[in-house]
Design a protein around this ligand. Structure first.
Ligand SMILES: *Cc1c(COP(=O)(O)O)cnc(C)c1O
Length: 381
């Protein structure tokens, strides 16, 4: 209990308030009002407008990819990215059970089967070793791609997620997926600004996605992006997310089952202003992470930090507690007193819609599920 008191005092000091402290709240300290007002003054608040194009250019630049496509949210981005990667009904997609539900949902939206594999203890993201072990046991490399020997289904894609902005072991993961002819789609929803050996997360797979939901490091109110280095595929992503309408002077011609997943210009204006501050937000958070690290070191508690050769955005910071009981004491003691903390997600196969799915032992995922707790991580003013 003494540790919890000291933690509460420390967090209150950082945010300089006696009010409730949330896990992550947005900061609007730049051109947000100016850009959003411009869209209102011009009447271009909806599906046409200069900020959408500008946002896509900025995102291609930040992610170091050839094409970025703005969409309504990260979940829609994931759904379409998997479709673009060729995921079809009955296919299997390799992913982690330790993730936010949208990762698994995006697979189910494509009528495909999630295969839940373990995470690494250090990254908390999909383990290349677990993927390799699964493929050694079940993989069957054929002409048309990789198949699951036991189910007969095609293993169409691998969907790793960079938990809380900590990059997964991308070199090893790309390597095993390349050897087994499996496309990678990165769920980089939480990891904008994070990099692995100097390269942005989201740019390693055939496709990547980011989220700009209100709880993320920068927000569009709601929004997402699909990125890819395949320019043609990127243009097709734009086509599919904008009702698949063929350009025509006046006729409505749609040549595919498209989606209305377009980002409104109003939201694009907000995120353009937010992205101008991304670097300073990350710096601000990295300073907080350093302070947390030394605070918790003195307390004998493990604060999670980035791996060598990676840079994390420290979106949601977290500690690793000794066991489930200590975790629950910490969660109760802090939330009771106005400091928001939250456990990491329940593993996906515990949710009713995914309990029938294939999963491996999940040794690391279960270990982390019982111990990881997120702590207040907002940018300090
Ligand atoms: C936030 C998030 C998403 C979904 O993003 P939305 O914009 O909220 O739809 C997907 N995957 C992960 C891992 C996320 O954290």
């Amino acid at each position: 209990m003494k540790q919890i008191n000291q933690f509460i005092e420390f967090v209150r000091d950082q945010y300089n308030t006696t009010d409730f402290i949330p896990l992550h709240e947005p900061r609007f300290q730049g051109n947000e009002k100016k850009y959003v007002m411009e869209t209102i003054d011009s009447t271009f608040v909806s599906s046409v407008g200069a900020y959408v194009d500008k946002f896509e250019e900025i995102m291609a630049d930040i992610s170091q990819t050839q094409r970025a496509v703005a969409v309504v949210n990260g979940t829609a981005a994931l759904q379409v990215a998997l479709r673009l990667a060729g995921v079809k009904q009955g296919d299997e997609v390799l992913t982690q059970a330790l993730t936010f539900v949208a990762t698994a949902n995006s697979i189910a939206y494509n009528n495909a089967h999630p295969v839940f594999l373990d995470v690494d203890l250090d990254t908390m993201g999909l383990s290349p070793k677990a993927v390799e072990a699964f493929l050694e046991e079940f993989g069957d490399l054929r002409e048309g791609g990789c198949y699951n020997k036991e189910t007969g289904n095609r293993i169409a894609a691998c969907l790793p997620m960079h938990t809380f902005g900590f990059p997964v072991h991308l070199n090893e993961l790309m390597d095993v997926c390349n050897r087994w002819n499996i496309l990678v789609v990165e769920d980089a929803a939480e990891s904008i600004g994070s990099s692995y050996h100097g390269k942005p997360t989201g740019s390693f797979g055939q496709l990547g996605i980011y989220s700009f939901n209100g709880n993320k490091i920068v927000t569009a109110g709601g929004g997402g992006t699909i990125v890819t280095n395949d320019k043609e595929l990127g243009d097709f992503a734009k086509h599919l997310t904008t009702t698949a309408k063929k350009p025509h002077k006046y006729e409505y011609v749609h040549d595919e089952l498209g989606h209305n997943y377009r980002m409104p210009n109003l939201n694009a204006a907000l995120i353009c202003a937010q992205l101008e501050q991304l670097d300073s937000f990350i710096e601000n958070k990295r300073t907080l992470a350093e302070r947390y690290e030394s605070f918790f070191r003195e307390q004998g508690i493990k604060f999670r930090t980035e791996n060598p050769d990676t840079k994390a955005n420290y979106w949601l910071m977290c500690v690793e507690l000794n066991d489930r009981e200590v975790r629950d004491q910490f969660l109760n003691g802090t939330n009771e007193r106005g400091i928001m903390t939250r456990p990491i997600w329940q593993l996906m196969y515990k949710l009713p819609m995914y309990e029938h799915c294939f999963r491996d032992e999940q040794t690391n995922a279960r270990y982390l599920e019982n111990r990881i707790v997120n702590i207040p991580s907002s940018v300090r003013i």
